[in-house]
Each structure stands twice: as structure tokens, then as C-alpha cells.
Write a protein that binds this ligand. Structure first.
Ligand SMILES: [Zn+2]
Length: 229
């Protein structure tokens, strides 16, 4: 376990105090913050002590010395144990906050997976064909909410970098893949704008690029909300 300089210093100080109180036969004292075992002695004669005992008075440390001595007989040992366990470790060392479990990404519905794969493949192909492979790979999402909108490119609000391309589920079902291909290409022009530090809109640059790649610029495939185009 990694220990900071301060912790090593504290361990050393604790060992010296314990030695003064009569500790013997212990190679080294190591502190820890494991709440379940306050004091233990390993086979290699390492005395492991909860870090809070760094702050304990001599009366408590004396019990540790008694407890750690292999010659100590049972009743005395138990008494020492009671003193050790009575020491309020939480008052001195706040338990470390438990790491919060990572929030799981919402999982992709199984039925969307072939669609997402197909979109990614189309993206790769059209990226080569129309953008000289300049576009970055991007995440896809099938949106069950988009009714009028066919597709949209989401931008990171702080960096303005493209985050993902969403394609409407209704669009795929109703209009078929020929149309979806056009929608995707439309969104890829927006992606190209964003990655070229151009404004993401349907202005002159968009229309020129759309003509170049053979997408009818008339298609207002997405009705952009603020950061979504
Ligand atoms: Zn658009």
C-alpha cells in the first residue's frame, strides 16, 4: 500500500512510542484505515494498527503492547483487547468516503445495434468518398423521440466539437436506407463544418458542400435547436 511521507513519519513516531512502552519483537509498525481490524500482528512481525491510534494516549498504547506480546496470557490479552476496541477511532480518523460506483452508460437496445453498425459503416464509406477521410469517427444514436426531425448532430456545448449523430427511428422505418444515407451525409456536412471551425448552419458554405457531395441542399433534414443542427 502506498503511504505518504507524513504517514510514514507518523508510523515511525507510533513505533517509537510503543517501543518506549515496552513493545518488543516487532519489526515494524504500519498504520492502516481498515475499520474491521484495529490491531494485528503478521507472521512477519509487522504490527498493523489503525491509524487513529497515532493519536491515542499512552494508556491505550500500553494495551497494544500487551496485546502484541505473544507471551501475554488469555485474560490479560482480552482486557487489553477491550481497551483497544473502546478507543473511538472514528473520532480521530474520518472514514474515507467510499468511492461512488460509476454510473453505467444507458445500454444500447439490442434491436438498435445492427442499425448503429450500419450507420458507422456508411459513415466510414462516405467519409472516404466525400471528405477524403478527414472526419473523425463519431458515436451514433437511434432516437425514438425525433418525429419531424430526421437527424441531428449534437455538439459539445463547451468545446463545440461533434459528440454524436442521432437518426430518427421513425425516419429509418418510414423512409428506408436510401433516405437515411442522405440524412447521414447532411449531418456529416455539419460535422465537417464543426471540425473545420466553421459555423454549423445551412449557409452558403453548407449549400456549396451539399452540392459537391450530391445532397439536395433543400432538405432541411434537421431543424436545429441551439446546439443541435
Ligand atoms: Zn442541417
Amino acid at each position: 500500500m502506498h503511504q505518504s511521507q507524513q504517514e510514514l513519519f507518523n508510523d515511525d513516531l507510533l513505533m517509537r512510542r510503543l517501543n518506549t512502552l515496552g513493545l518488543s519483537g516487532v519489526r515494524i509498525v504500519e498504520s492502516h484505515e481498515n475499520q474491521s481490524v484495529m490491531v494485528s500482528l503478521t507472521a512477519r512481525r509487522v504490527l498493523r494498527v489503525h491509524r487513529a491510534f497515532t493519536y491515542a494516549p499512552d494508556s491505550v498504547l500500553r494495551s497494544i503492547v500487551v496485546f502484541a506480546d505473544p507471551r501475554t496470557r488469555s485474560p490479560r490479552r482480552r482486557r487489553a483487547q477491550r481497551v483497544i476496541l473502546a478507543f473511538p477511532v472514528d473520532a480521530y480518523v474520518r472514514p474515507r468516503p467510499r468511492r461512488r460506483p460509476r454510473r453505467k452508460r444507458p445500454s444500447v437496445p439490442r434491436e438498435d445495434r445492427p442499425i448503429l453498425q450500419r450507420l458507422a459503416k456508411l459513415h466510414r464509406e462516405m467519409n472516404e468518398r466525400f471528405f477524403d477521410g478527414a472526419l473523425s469517427p463519431i458515436r451514433f444514436r437511434v432516437s425514438g423521440r425525433m418525429r419531424r426531425k430526421l437527424g441531428e448532430l449534437a455538439l459539445d456545448p463547451t468545446t463545440d466539437r461533434p459528440l454524436e449523430i442521432a437518426i430518427g427511428h421513425v425516419h429509418i422505418q418510414r423512409d428506408g436506407w436510401r433516405e437515411v444515407e442522405h440524412t447521414l451525409l447532411h449531418e456529416m456536412i455539419h460535422q465537417w463544418q464543426a471540425e473545420s471551425d466553421l459555423p454549423v448552419d445551412h449557409g452558403a458554405i453548407f449549400r456549396r458542400k451539399a452540392r459537391e457531395v450530391g445532397v439536395a441542399p433543400r432538405a432541411m433534414r434537421d431543424i436545429g435547436r441551439s446546439r443541435l443542427q
